[in-house]
Write a protein that binds this ligand. Structure first.
Ligand SMILES: [Ca+2]
Length: 441
């Protein structure tokens, strides 16, 4: 086998299904929103039916780190982990658990997380305790782009296990630190690297690179319910896209682009300014808009027939399993993967396999199963059945037309549910806003 590829795994925060041009997103007032990412898709592989492990931040990140259903870990029952976790010794990713970076590190990869962690705080938890050699970024669920303070007002930009002040717009800091990492790694090209780039963009607060003055106005409530618009939102995505362009340039310059796998996705469906067309729902929902997200892979030396789109079903933890396999590793015997490797789909242009996927949410007692063209969905005690291949918008409920199929899928979901720990009694749900702040559809 040739030299194992470098891996760069890019996660946007709350980016919706159709926010990118290559997923049908509209242009901004200033032009193309995501030309660099669109270019990666055009020269790589795009997934039409890829999902996140959860419709909310930290649960998806547990799935990403462990390659297992996040429901297996107590911390992942928080929807999402909030600031009260700061002193907790249970609400985080246990350092004893094997992770995507730790399994790659065992195979000789140099590992870094540049960007958001959101899986618990030191001293109980932290990226350096879970397989990363280096960490630069926030630990909280949301921080201001300029002050780098969390919603509590605490400064939350860390280098390793210490907070450190840095000047600048967070999206750009993440991009520049990533370029710096790539340049440093290129000094020893025989040893591959795994870089996690976890942008906070385009998550609230609604600040572009020019909006530093705004940071002072909203410092008491960075949920920023009185601000933002689609123009600001487009610009925030564009800043991230530019930064990914800097990373691609750094890879080209150091001769590493051809043998680097770049994966791009979002941690959950879009939030209030997002475009999720044609899907309904968004962050916190198990309708498609909450969980179907962009998945793009770019790897000139590895992807068969670049430029294609695949209908392969996948979710976040499948990518973790894929990357571990690609790096030559495997699951720890005590922590077998729930994720399924997608490597055949990358390296062969006609590979496609059955991949039933399960979700559950404490919020609104939601449950979902996507199996083939079909989806079983429960929200607020109501059961629905949709043919997603025909009706991704989930408006044509076929529950009455196909009662046997509904019953079978419901039973299948319940069998899966019985294999998972129950939702803990003390699990919390944190919503950033309600119908009092803005009207619901
Ligand atoms: Ca998120």
């Amino acid at each position: 086998m040739a030299q194992r590829p470098n891996i760069i795994f890019i996660v946007a925060d709350d980016l919706g299904f159709a926010d990118l041009g290559c997923y049908g997103g509209r242009d901004a007032q200033f032009g193309k929103v995501s030309p660099v990412i669109d270019g990666l898709a055009a020269n790589g592989l795009k997934f039409s039916d890829g999902y996140s492990n959860s419709p909310v931040c930290s649960p998806t990140r547990f799935g990403l780190m462990t390659a297992r259903y996040q429901y297996r870990l107590r911390g992942a029952a928080e929807e999402p982990i909030n600031s009260k976790a700061k002193t907790s010794t249970t609400l985080g990713l246990p350092p004893s658990h094997p992770t995507l970076p730790s399994l790659l590190k065992e195979q000789g990869y140099r590992t870094a997380l540049i960007g958001k962690w959101h899986l618990g705080y030191p001293p109980a938890f932290g990226p350096l305790r879970s397989g990363y050699d280096e960490f630069f970024g926030p630990m909280a669920g949301g921080v201001d782009y300029f002050t780098h303070c969390a919603s509590t007002g605490d400064h939350d930009l860390w280098v390793g296990e210490e907070t450190q002040p840095h000047e600048g717009y967070l999206t750009d800091l993440i991009s520049r630190k990533s370029v710096d990492f790539i340049e440093r790694m290129s000094a020893s090209p025989d040893q591959p690297f795994f870089l996690s780039m976890h942008y906070t963009a385009p998550h609230w607060p609604w600040e572009t690179r020019e909006d530093h003055a705004l940071a002072q106005d909203i410092k008491d409530n960075i949920f920023h319910l009185q601000g933002g618009n689609i123009h600001t939102y487009h610009r925030m995505i564009h800043h991230m896209d530019e930064g990914i362009g800097w990373v691609v340039d750094a890879l080209k310059k150091s001769g590493q682009l051809d043998n680097t796998l770049i994966v791009f996705t979002s941690d959950n469906g879009g939030e209030r300014f997002s475009d999720n067309w044609p899907l309904v729902g968004g962050k916190m929902d198990l309708t498609e808009g909450g969980i179907r997200v962009p998945w793009i892979a770019h790897w000139p030396q590895g992807i068969a027939q670049p430029g294609r789109t695949t209908a392969q079903h996948c979710m976040t933890m499948d990518w973790s399993a894929t990357l571990v396999e690609l790096g030559g590793g495997q699951a720890h015997a005590d922590y077998p993967f729930d994720g399924v490797s997608l490597l055949p789909v990358l390296t062969s242009s006609d590979a496609c396999f059955e991949r039933p996927m399960y979700w559950r949410m404490n919020h609104r007692s939601q449950r979902a199963l996507r199996a083939g063209d079909w989806k079983y969905l429960r929200v607020d005690g109501n059961d629905y059945l949709f043919n997603i291949a025909q009706d991704a918008r989930e408006r044509a409920n076929l529950a009455k037309q196909e009662p046997t199929r509904l019953a079978n899928m419901k039973a299948q979901w319940e069998t899966w549910q019985a294999s998972m720990p129950p939702i803990p009694e003390d699990a919390t749900i944190s919503l950033g806003f309600s119908v009092k702040d803005m009207p619901q559809r």
